[in-house]
Design a protein around this ligand. Sequence first.
Ligand SMILES: Cc1cc2nc3c(=O)[nH]c(=O)nc-3n(C[C@H](O)[C@H](O)[C@H](O)COP(=O)(O)OP(=O)(O)OC[C@H]3O[C@@H](n4cnc5c(N)ncnc54)[C@H](O)[C@@H]3O)c2cc1C
Ligand code: FES
Ligand code: FES
Length: 1253
Amino acid sequence: SVRLTGTKYGCGGGGCGACTVMVSRHQPATKTITHYSVNACLLPLCQLHGAAVTTVEGIGSTKTRIHPVQERIAKAHGSQCGFCTPGMVMSMYALLRNQPQPTMEDITQALAGNLCRCTGYRPIVDGCRTFCQVQTECCQVKGGGACCLNGEQTAGEPEPEKPRLFDKEDFLPLDPTQELIFPPELMAANPKTLTFHGERVSWVSPASLEELIQLKTSNPKAPLVVGNTNIGQFITVCLWVGAGCSLTEVRSLLEKLVPQFPAEETELFRALSRQLGLLGSQQIRNVASLGGNIMSANPNSDLNPVLAAGNCRVSVVSDGPRQLPLDQDFFVSFGKTLLKPEEILVSVFIPFSRKGEFVGAFRQAPRKESSFSTVTTGMRVLFSEGSRLVQDVSIYFGGMGPTTVSATRTCAHLVSLRSWDDETLSRAYDVLLDELVLPPSAPGGKVEFRRSLTLSFLFKFNLEVLQYTSMLPLPPPLLLLLLLLLLQHVSKDQSDQDPVGRPIMHRSALSQATGEAVYCDDMPPADGELFLALVTSSRAHAKITGLDVREALRLPGVVDVITAKDIPGQRVRKMFDYEEELLTDSEVSCIGQMLCAVVADTRAHAKRGAAAVKVGYEDLPDPVFTFEEAIEKSSFYEPRRRIERGNVTEAFETVDQVHEGEFRMGGQEHFYMETQSMLVVPVGEETEFNAYVSTQWPTLIQDAIAETLSIPSNRVTCHVKRVGGAFGGKVMKTSILACITAVAVWKTNRAVRCVLERGEDMLITGARHPVLGQYKVGFMNDGRIVAADIQYYANAGNTVDESTLVAEKILLHIDNAYNIPNLRGRAAACRTNLPSNTAFRGFGVPQSIVVVENMLNDVAAVLRRPADQIREINMYRGPSVTHYKFEFSPENLLRCWEECKVKSDYAARRRAADRFNRHNRWKKRGMSVIPIKYGVAFSDGFLNQAGALVHIYKDGSVLVAHGGTEMGQGLHTKMQQVASRELHIPPSKIYISETSTNTVPNTCPSAASFGTDANGMAVKNACETLHQRLEPIRQKNPEGSWENWVRFDQKKLNYLRLGPDLYMDWDKMEGRPYAYFTYGVSCCEVELDCLTGDYRTVRTDLVMDVGRSVNPSVDIGQIEGAFMQGLGLYTLEELKFSPSGLLYTRGPSQYKIPAVCDVPLAFNVYLLPDSHNPHAIYSSKGIGEPVLFLGSSVFFAIKDAAAAARSECGSVGPFPLDSPATPERACLACASPFTQKIPAGKPGSFQPWALNI
Ligand SMILES: Cc1cc2nc3c(=O)[nH]c(=O)nc-3n(C[C@H](O)[C@H](O)[C@H](O)COP(=O)(O)OP(=O)(O)OC[C@H]3O[C@@H](n4cnc5c(N)ncnc54)[C@H](O)[C@@H]3O)c2cc1C
Ligand code: FES
Ligand code: FES
């Protein structure tokens, strides 16, 4: 009701940071004010009594004064779609309130819990690092070729000045004295008991421990939600910490104590502090309590194994106090401890360590930070003084059972053998393996990996113990974050006023950073507005036998239930020869299929109503989930495509060697930060509707709603102000959701809003297609590939959506950068009982090319030659023709390749990596250089059209409308630049309000990297015409101003401009499906921990041919963002389905997209100079999608490192590594002696926890 919409809601589970706000409290004991960042979505409002909450609106505004944090993130180009920006701003702001001059480590820690799907984080970090006192200025940042990171010195010659993305000198200074003060009235507040009653819940905040004990005794089942208890006392032999201390407080206490005591006494403190640094995010640690972590008895708790191994105790009270050891008996089962329901944990005893005692703590998680661990451990050994004779050992693991588990037998074994040496340890591994057994179908899966981690951790602990006892130096941590961007210069002749080619800030960046930017769900409620919640299928393949909505209708606030029968017009969306039902009432074909929708007065009521709908099912036999099942049952969508050049079959007869392989890659969730959102409002007369939708294709929404309601399109206007990220996921699926919402409006005659929860969004709206590629390749011993035959299967899910088009695009890219004279590709979209997959940035290309590149890697491995040599030998050279007979010049591709090798200093670093590998057994470095040739535009020519409407008002201000939507890619900013150049006026006179179907009709989707090309031409065309029309007026008054001239011209114009005539003839297997190619090359180096599969991208160099960039900051933003999304696709993001087809990974806690910890330590982007493109506006090139594939260079670098690890035990030649190369896969691929010990479950003898789709 106060309309503070800046704080965003991205997940509701503490996993994305979009909702970050700052909480400040007065601490009466210390008379200080504490400030800390929190996830608003997790914080009960009742808990905030006495606290001051600062949201993004509170720190600055474009109307008054923006805060330096807001300014710097915006001006450093750290805001694209902007949905994550308020959260980023507040995390950084809270840090600065505590530390006005933070270190880089502080910044990366503070941002670790904030996800951004657009930027790739570099610009956000770049903006924030301007607050650091000491700025890291390595030779790379300054632009030298060689780098001190590799132990090389740069020549001392001064570098010529390079264009910069932003000017630090322009920034407002940070003045801590200007910050908001803590409201004095909150300081005076006395603690008193507070009681709140909600519709279904009562909340009591007791003022004293005694009162809490009484409450807990009378309500033993009531959960305890922890407040802000203060820190306990400590004396020099032991430390008691209050159970209510936040984890941040515990960590800072431990860090304060460590330097005050001899190192041998603080072993446990350091181990705990290390775990605490990696546990959750800053926002979580700021509110999560020590007691809560223990009492949650989560099997993956990072603290419990360390506390237990460290001999900690807890003090509890109820009717009387008692102390309990934190040992294997304390953790009873999942979520259950030895405490009685009425007992309260008051404090935790953390002992100082003794001489000869070592404590280790390790964790391995799907992502380095802000991720629950897969396996986590605490280990302690006590040696007799001055010896290696074992007196006591304790080892605990998390992630190896339903609760924290003790490796008791292993400990007993180690104690019994007394001496801590290699022989004892090697027997201990066998005991441990035998002791901690996981059944092959254990919940959470990753059974082999988890078991191998227990051994690896023990081995690592041993290494640490040895390192301490023999005082070996620890390897330096990888911490630096270095960045170099090389932009193109604008021509010297270009006027200063002309913004084209310059790094202009995203036009809404400041509004986004201040929280003023309006997204769909920020729109104020319309009069009588209802909320819509969906009811979805819980079966993968079943007949619906009943839909009972009576209970739902009885619930408070529920207004109606919308079913298929309520649809007045077309009940299906048609795609090719297939139909997709909007709401199904007869048969379901996947879990998550939409059945009906409940509309109610509030979100909560609608959701409760949806949960109360009862659905009857009768299961149908044999659901199809996997590729293998689809192939066996020939379950495909038609048409299946095939393309061939040369004579593949004959060519295989002539080659020196033939190799066959297979590559499987998983899908990818779009994870746009703003979930699917829409508001449909009835105008109130003549069946007219306004649809405000977060979509990439307003015209599709308009048409779809009109068909569904059986009304003409002229009664529906679709408006798109901005989209909080889309990546292909807000085209087809959005139209279906908008149709259902419109039916609810039609039926109730009230405005209806639908905003999906993250979990629903992930369940319902599909993802990138998982792909299986099977290849046969024939090559000569000199490395020339003569023939290749590749069969692709894409898992399309239960409806066709755009899957057959994805399959086509897969085939059009099977040549990538290589001239393979005999090349055959076949592609089939498999019909399965999984949620229907859809478009995703790259539209099949990332799946297509990774198979090809893997094939090249295999050829290199067979021939025992470096993979980059095989790539080079086979590249297109000179005037070339693709396998679909399209002529092109690969010159810029080859230039990117050469430039990338030079800029990355590939040859020297390759040698350095090999040297590193010779000297390190358990850590390996891997490198790769990967090219891309990406076809830009829609291969169906009719889609390459655009329109623009340009109004010049009498005051000289200009309103531009075009058909593209702004979803973070900076399209509106570029269009403003185009209009500015063409009209010869500054961008400040030009405004773009929204995209709507009543200004520019019949538009094409903003997709296929074609937004700027198409809409730019349309805006240019409209502006040119207006400019020409003003010419006579200008001539009459050459000294006049723009304002004088336009007073005469009040005409409005609307022009459509056709793009190039593109087509693909699949019968003839030829065509011109693309306007041109965008080229790029990425060189990547990783360091892989072969014991755990943990990897770090040490350095990435990207050379991209973007033609002449219209806006280098926007283009670099697209390049980095796409690269990071690709890095996620190929190394991190895993969609997991249950054996019955239920998506397990339905939120950021299970599904990991890249976070700031995943940014390469050195990340250099170069725009290829002197590149021109006659086919697009101002000689630029589409760049939104191509770079995503280059994220695979991280994958291939990991594979290279794994190959080095395998060669240690004599294993050479091709080996399988599927995508994503998660720590699990990378570790198993290394084939270490530990992974070799784990017996693999016999396929078919058990049901795995997750499907291998
Ligand atoms: C996004 C996210 C990421 C996370 N990542 C990690 C991670 O990487 N590693 C990890 O270990 N944990 C992680 N956690 C878990 C987090 O650390 C715990 O949820 C937290 O420590 C619990 O503390 P709390 O104060 O919030 O407890 P609450 O949620 O308030 O309570 C948890 C339970 O403990 C009981 N309880 C709390 N205090 C007491 C007490 N004093 N006496 C008796 N019972 C009590 C409550 O009744 C309740 O049942 C993560 C959580 C989130 C949301
Ligand atoms: S919405 Fe709160 S962390 Fe995602
Ligand atoms: S700008 Fe960060 S999610 Fe879009």
